[in-house]
Design a protein around this ligand. Sequence first.
Ligand SMILES: *Cc1c(COP(=O)(O)O)cnc(C)c1O
Length: 400
Amino acid sequence: MSKSKDIAELFEQYVMKTYAPSATLTSGSGCKVRDPDGMTYLDFTAGIAVQNVGHCHPKVVEAIQTQAATLMHCSNLFYNANQALLAQRLSKLSLNGKCFFANSGAEANEAMIKLARLWGKDAGKFEVVTMQNSFHGRTLATCAATGQSKIQDGYDPLPIGFSYAEFNNLDSVKAAINDRTVAVMVEAVQGEGGIIPAEESFMVGIRKLCDEKGLLMLCDEIQCGMGRTGKWFGWQNFPIKPDAFTLAKALGGGFPVGALVATSELAANFTPGKHASTFGGNPLACAAALAVIEAIEEEAMVKSAEENGKLLMAGLNCYVDQYEQVQAVRGLGLMVGLVVEGQAKEVVDTCRDMGLLLCCAGEHVVRFVPPLNVKEGDLEEAMEMVSDALEQLFGSEEEE
Ligand SMILES: *Cc1c(COP(=O)(O)O)cnc(C)c1O
């Protein structure tokens, strides 16, 4: 059982069809992944913004191997050093506050929503304003938080306590706030919504509005965090601080781990028994995350993200002039979207067949989220494949 075809057949038979996978991957290193039939791909999905330090970064591999042989798990009934050290690193990089650890993004967001509700309880406040086209996860509460009907359809009744505003429209946020509102929750760059960066006036406006009305500002950094935007966290691109934010995806370098980071004042609302997770913050997950942070720091990958993002955007921008069907390039740091008129999936499929893995962010946006330290040569090779794919899909007949 080694060839793609056999694996795909077994998958179809026994795995629930929540996804429609398109290639089989068996190993990876840095920006490259291989399939069982001998094909090598450049991976510009990076596990959907998970492999920010690349596949199988030696430091992360070593940390996991060592910790796995030492103490894989211990209950949160007991202290573990890695959890404390990771909380310290994340706090010092951001709010100087405290962390709660979970196993995924959705769970981290659940924790953030629960913390906001505890904070607002005595004032009778519980409603969270989120944005249209946001994405916050697939649990019932985070589905409800996600401002996309395609994510919510079929799951009624969804938990109440959410209202929706238009992204990058401060008046719309104002209009969504009422006496029950406890918080405004926003992504610094909408990921699933189509790689749309927040405007500075919007983020600053939300912060001001929250201060004036006594609300919490919450950021979902699950996709745009961990160096992706050229700052450690997406909100650091703006002159603001949220009251809390969440991380997952890239935090563990591929090992599942999520985190809620909050100011000490807000964090104090969680007391023993109020929230919990069996696996959250276990020594193995935290060892992986600590190694990811060290790798990003030692190899100056936050800076790489900014520089590679500029190169990538400049390269892609050429196609906006060249093809009518390529409408725009947008993003922040190394979180980049190519907006096309037709189906983004056609570009993704064509590039895959050439050896470049990309994914969509909505119907019309091709998402580029390679490892932060992608080598210039790999970036150039990827650009050549994109160029060939666009020529094949959009090139005019005469030019041939
Ligand atoms: C991926 C993602 C989530 C959900 O994370 P899971 O680990 O899949 O639960 C939440 N918010 C954003 C912004 C994401 O990109």
